[in-house]
Each structure stands twice: as structure tokens, then as C-alpha cells.
Design a protein around this ligand. Sequence first.
Ligand code: SF4
Length: 396
Amino acid sequence: MIQPGKLGVYLQVPFCASKCSFCNFSSRVASPSIFPQYQRALVREIEDLPKIYRAERIPAELLSTPVETIYMGGGTPSLLGDEFLGAVLRSLYGLFSAESLEEFTLEVTPGSAGPDYLRAARELGADRLSIGAQTFNDHELCAVGRLHSAGDTEAQVGEARRAGFKNISLDLIAGLPHQTEESWRQTLDHALRLMPAHLSVYLFEMDEKSRLGSELLRNGSRYHAEAVPGEEFVVWAYEGARERLRREGYGQYEISNFALPGFESRHNLKYWQLDPYIGLGAGAHSFDGGRRWSNVVQAEEYERRLEAGQPPISEVRVLPLDEQVEEFFFLGLRQRDGIDLEQARKRWGLGPVEPWGKTIAALTKGGWLEQTGSRLRLAPRALLVSSEIFQEFITA
Ligand code: SF4
């Protein structure tokens, strides 16, 4: 199932300078004194990968697949500095051929990546920067515990351009405390003035994995929970952003992602197109076309295992055919181009794909899916309720 020249590598850095109240990732605030230990573990994981895969019965074929994309995220990788970046990338380039590298993204928090860091990143092959702007309203940033201001984001974009980054992406979030129609319009205006090549527009998720989400679920008032705008606002903000970005020439290629032509994130497309990728670092996930595995989440346990010469992998799952087809539907349908049913029939055969015909017909009849020939995609009205639609493709 592995397609040559198609491998993505994800490097996970699970540390941040502060914990945003809306964040539902496993990142945490940590003292810089523990960073060297994490660096040693990550380098060790890369160097030991052939041994780790042998122990876990993961085909070594993956390791000889040329790397097409690298994505270092988290967390805030730039917190760990250019020495970390250099050590990790040098060991990665020692194991994998980077000759076919086409995209290397670094996530940064505004204000955390200075000229030296950016220059070092460029020298190591980074060509894309994903900046966690979130909003351009300082009151909203402060309310969710961000340490940066709108001015820092603007300065970070300038620094990135001076260092030679042309491919810059900005992350925005709709539904943050104190957000209003006016402040959201201003946030979009400000973001567009900076002319990023790519924009991600996420919606604040009310789940118990974030402090703000769990506070809202228990009807509390901490973390400015009482100032979180309602569902109607989020629908308005998302639809308004889609329309505004379309007018400005940004194509929507995924539920939350918009890009100028040719600037779609090649790495993230791998997740939705079931291409293989290797995740390195605490909690990172991997996929080789037929199995999924992940590393232990706790950084200390991850480091302990590698130091003891043990694999940091917590679980390897060989996906049965029906699960592979389910994933094809609910990951592929995130893309605005949707999926090609003919391609699925060729890949898995009629048996596992045809039973979904009834679900597809019912969702198409209900106006949630659109089918043109063998291509199937979410109808515009389904974009905001995509989780419910994807649920229809999960049998378990
Ligand atoms: S900087 Fe990003 S990863 Fe870190 S806490 Fe904030 S949202 Fe989460």
C-alpha cells in the first residue's frame, strides 16, 4: 500500500510557554530544563527506528520510502530553539533521503521565532511556517491565556518573510470568548492584510479536553466561559469567512483550510488521502496504509522507554478492510474535492465498498452529500455538521 515518494514525517514537540484555555491537545507547560532530555529521546527514536520497527513487526519498507513532507508541530517547537531543530533534522536526514522533500512546515507561536531561529530553519530545509495567530484582537488573546498580541503576529510574519519564507499560514479560531461580529470581521481583515498563502479557520470545540470546554460543560464561569459566543455566531463567522476568503482568491480545500492556488498543505493532505506518514515524538501517530500506531503520550515515559532501549510505541493496530474503507470515507470527505468511489472500488474491491451505497444514497437524498459521477463530497450545508455525517460511516 505504500506509494513511493509519498511519505510524510511528523515531529511532535509537546511543550508550550503557556496553556491556552481552549486547547484540547496534549501539550503542556514545561521548564526549559527538560528540553535537552526530550531532544535526546527524539534523536534516539529516529536513530533506533529500524530496530523499533523490527520489534513491532512494522515493515522496514517504510524507512526506505523517500520523504516528501516534514511537519514539526505540537506544542510550540520554536520554544526549543535552533539547536534542537538542528539535532533532530540532522538525525532525520541521516535516516531518510530528503531528495524528494517538497514541503517542510514549522509551527510557531507569534513572537517565539526570532531571526536566528528562522535562518537556521531555512538552512535545514523549512519552507513553510504555520503561525498560531488565533485572533487579531488583544482582549480575546488575553482572555484565552495567549502570551502574544496581534502586533506580535504581524511582526512574526514580517520576520518570516525577511528570512525567506514565502509559504506562510495563519491559524484563526471562531467562537473564542468575547468574540463579536465586529471583532471577527477585524480579525479577518487583519489576517488578509498580511497576505498569507494559507489560512486555517477552526471552530472552538466545546469538549472536556480543554479547560474552557469543560468549564462550559459544567456551566461554570471561569476562563471567561460566560463570554463565549453562541452557536449562531459560530455559524455566521464560519460562513462569513468562507465567503470572504473565496472572494479574496483562497480556495477552500478542506473543512477548515483555505489556500491560494498551489499553497494547499501537502502534508495535511496526506492525512485525508490515506498516504503513509511516520510520527515521531511523544504521542505522535503513524500510518503505513494498512496499520496505525502511536507513541506513548507522556514525555517522561517516552524518554524512559527510549533510554532503556525499548520501543516508545503504545499500540500497533492492523486495520481490517472495513475500517480502512470507513477511514477512506470520513477522512476523505473532509476535502472539498471529496473522494472518488471508483478509486475505492479499485483499491478494496466491490465487497467492502458497495454496502455503503445505501448510506450514500440516503445522505445524498437528504442534501448532505453531493455526487457527480464517481466523485462524492459534502454538500455546503454539511460542513458545519460534518462530525454527525462522518458518524454515519462508522459501523462500530
Ligand atoms: S500554543 Fe497551541 S498547542 Fe500550545 S496550548 Fe496554545 S493552542 Fe495548545
